[in-house]
Design a binder for this molecule. Structure first.
Ligand code: PHE
Length: 465
């Protein structure tokens, strides 16, 4: 023990420049959340009105909190737990703030445990598409293939394991060697491939149906649970509220503009999600599929398109490869706060810390892998039937509760906990008016809106209605 305490503190790397940060943070933000989750929750919640609320949440809650989270990270340049601890000391605040960091580590752990299982599906689908499995099938056949796949725990566990190993390897190599290189080519490639898919969707003859579904806001279809899901997803898709963006911010060079960077990332993330929706829903309608199919949606729709379009085997495999990469760059950021904490505080090197955390997450992931088959159970959440036991529980607990709660606390600390001159100094905004606008939003608007939506979760308002 004595030996580890005398060891030098782990010194953080830094991104080579602002673009490296934008790419890495976009890599964290763009992931399964955009391509797998957004379409299926939009489908379950009736489309247009849900999408509108989601976009509003990104603009009014997400981006301002992202600026706050990056600011805190860059100010302290440590893992989220240590960032919250040292900033609260510096600013003369209560030491309890460090628990925001702890909650983030816990959320990252839980999210990655199921995220990896779903990323495993994408991995399996690379191989399956490449082998031509979908070329001769109708929509029904494709759905059956998926059904058989998820009912086999062995398959899910195998691919979950492969994905966790991939994640641990990159994280172990550290911020510049691992993360930066991976992201530089993959993000643009994913974007282009999505455009190709949207092009295909335009030719299905059902593009207009897709557009109407995504953009006609019919509020009679939106439930309270839908609003909560939209808000939770704004946090999830931007990687907010758990320290991922904070730790990436801690590697951000001093001269980069936090506001511009955050806005760029928020827009890029939203565009990718909308493109995914535009690619998927026309295919859903063209094949008479169910928009509310749930987590299986992209695995039941896209292979139909790949089976029919010229060059589909190639495009399809490429698409799933890129989806895996998108998931990979997000997974890295989910585990990074915990790994950085272990290396900073317990003298473990990156390889050891990544391995330790990776094994823990892997073990927890077994619960999700089994929740689609042997250990599946049903329950109701706000009157909506959930069929996939622990997977749904982890998802609700993290996206709908832990991330918004973490986000509120981060907003409050950035807005009220930090003294004005510290946050102003770190934000480096050109005009004082923009700083004041941001400060007003993060102090009052984002936390209040988030709290109102969260309270709804506990049925708080029902008694008054
Ligand atoms: N933003 C990622 C996605 O949309 C998921 C994620 C959540 C990553 C929280 C990091 C932190 O897929």
């Amino acid at each position: 023990m004595a030996k580890t305490t005398t060891k030098r503190r782990y010194v953080h790397g830094q991104w080579s420049n602002r673009w490296a940060f934008i790419l890495a943070a976009t890599g964290s933000a763009v992931g399964l959340g955009n391509i797998w989750k957004f379409p299926y929750i939009a489908g379950e919640n009736g489309g247009g009105a849900f999408v509108l609320v989601y976009i509003l949440c990104i603009a009014v809650i997400g981006i301002p909190i992202m600026m706050g989270e990056v600011m805190l990270g860059r100010r302290a340049r440590q893992s989220p737990i240590n960032t919250m601890r040292s900033l609260s000391a510096q600013e003369g605040r209560n030491g309890m703030w460090k628990y925001v960091g702890w909650m983030g580590v816990a959320a990252g752990f839980l999210i990655l445990s199921y995220y990896s299982v779903i990323a495993g599906w994408a991995l399996a689908y690379v191989v399956r598409t490449a082998s031509g499995m979908f070329t001769i099938h109708t929509a029904d056949g494709v759905a059956n293939i998926f059904g058989e796949f998820v009912s086999d725990p062995e398959k899910l566990l195998f691919w979950h394991t492969v994905f966790m190993v991939m994640t641990v390897i990159v994280v172990a190599r550290g911020v510049q060697h691992g993360l930066e290189k991976a992201v530089r080519f993959l993000m643009p490639a994913l974007f282009i491939l999505l455009l190709v898919l949207v092009g295909y969707a335009m030719n299905t003859g059902f593009f207009n149906e897709g557009l109407h579904f995504l953009f006609d806001a019919d509020f009679s279809k939106l439930t309270g649970e839908g609003v909560l899901t939209a808000m939770g997803h704004a946090f999830f898709t931007l990687s907010l509220g758990m320290g991922a963006i904070m730790i990436y911010g801690s590697y951000l060079p001093q001269e980069a503009s936090i506001a511009k960077t955050s806005i760029t990332i928020g827009i890029a993330d939203t565009v990718v999600a909308l493109l995914a929706g535009l690619a998927i829903f026309p295919i859903v309608f063209a094949n008479g599929l169910e928009p509310a199919a749930g987590p299986s949606l992209i695995f039941e729709t896209l292979p139909v398109a790949f089976g029919q379009m010229p060059g589909g085997t190639l495009f399809g495999s490429l698409f799933f490869i890129l989806l895996v990469f998108a998931a990979w760059t997000s997974a890295i950021s989910l585990i990074e706060p915990a790994v950085a904490y272990l290396s900073e505080n317990h003298g473990l090197d990156r390889v050891m810390s990544s391995a330790v955390i990776g094994i823990g997450v892997w073990a927890l992931g077994i619960l999700t892998a089994m929740s689609f088959n042997r250990w599946a159970f049903n329950f109701h959440f706000f009157g909506k039937a959930k069929e996939n036991g622990m997977f749904d529980i982890f998802d609700i607990l993290t996206a709908n509760i832990m991330l918004p709660l973490g986000g509120i606390l981060i907003a409050l600390f950035a807005g009220w906990g930090m003294r004005r001159h510290s946050s102003q100094d770190e934000m480096q905004m050109k005009s004082i008016i923009s700083y004041d606008v941001w400060s007003f939003i993060i102090r009052y608007v984002s936390p209040t809106l988030t709290i109102i939506i969260l309270l709804h979760l506990f049925g708080f308002f029902d008694r008054f209605l």
